[in-house]
Design a protein around this ligand. Structure first.
Ligand SMILES: C[S@@+](CC[C@H](N)C(=O)[O-])C[C@H]1O[C@@H](n2cnc3c(N)ncnc32)[C@H](O)[C@@H]1O
Length: 192
């Protein structure tokens, strides 16, 4: 399983945002919603081996599990509706669930996964031996990580890893990691 944990510093943990002005009314939940698309959706399909956590302002967590997710569409508005409904009802439905808590709750759920923190300037992912299964990547939002979250992630044993010389948007960082993992998987499959 591949896991992406997106740490939203300002993203709202309530459903009280406007779909017509997502960036302006949600504390930039739009950044996190685009991360759902980058992590879970490929052309004409869902990555069934991916789980995404959105950490919302340190107080609530949305978890989307590709194995059971249904009706995920690639447009930002429809994904924002999915998050809004989950936050409003608090119910687990169609692979989407909500829990109270912050980064510590997510860390406790990750079990034996190999942990990575995506950090500009860290050793490049291309020279890094990723695990053959169960990699979990922590991704900052438009502001990067807050210090308490960074400390908690590093204290849990996450290794810093970089994605090249340019600081890219959070969702693009996820797309780059996914591509690297796809390539690793394909070359493992080719090796007799
Ligand atoms: C828009 S960037 C954050 C920029 C923020 N201003 C900062 O200085 O940290 C969003 C997140 O994507 C990841 N990221 C972006 N570019 C990266 C790179 N070149 N290497 C590793 N991670 C990267 C990091 O997790 C980062 O926190």
């Amino acid at each position: 399983v591949r896991t992406f944990v997106v740490v939203g510093r300002t993203a709202t943990a309530t459903p009280d945002f406007l779909l017509d002005d997502l960036p302006g009314t949600s504390g930039r939940l739009d950044v996190l919603v685009r991360c759902i698309r980058a992590a879970l959706l490929v052309s004409h399909g869902v990555r069934r081996d991916v789980v995404v956590y959105l950490v919302l302002g340190g107080s609530r967590i949305v978890r989307i599990d590709g194995a059971t997710a249904q009706f995920l569409r690639p447009d930002e508005r429809s994904l924002a509706v999915t998050v809004k409904k989950a936050l409003a009802t608090g119910e687990s439905k169609r692979g989407v669930s909500v829990a109270d808590g912050g980064i510590d709750v997510v860390l406790a759920e990750l079990g034996g996964a190999t942990l990575w923190i995506l950090d500009e300037g860290a050793p490049d992912i291309r020279g890094t031996a990723l695990a053959s299964t169960d990699n979990a990547f922590f991704v900052g939002d438009h502001l990067g990580f807050d210090e308490p979250s960074r400390k908690a992630i590093l204290a849990a044993g996450a290794q810093p890893v970089g994605l090249g010389p340019v600081s890219v948007h959070s969702e693009d960082a996820i797309a780059i990691v996914s591509n690297e993992l796809d390539r690793c998987q394909a070359s493992r499959a080719d090796t007799p």
